[in-house]
Design a protein around this ligand. Structure first.
Ligand code: FES
Length: 56
């Protein structure tokens, strides 16, 4: 599933970035490019980041 349409980043890529140490929206943005254009996907990125926080 695409999270960021602007940059063509899917949830799997975001999870990968998180498993490599990205633990905030800005770090995910840096690693994947997601959220760096229109910004409308940032809440979804935040959800994914929060999801992992809840699990760990
Ligand atoms: Fe992610 Fe636009 S959908 S920056």
């Amino acid at each position: 599933m695409y999270v960021c349409l602007c940059m063509g980043v899917c949830d799997r890529e975001i999870r990968e970035a998180m498993s490599e140490g990205a633990c905030s929206v800005s770090q995910v943005m840096e690693c994947t490019g997601a959220g760096t254009r229109c910004g409308s996907c940032r809440p979804t990125i935040a959800e994914l980041v929060g999801e992992r926080d809840g699990a760990s």
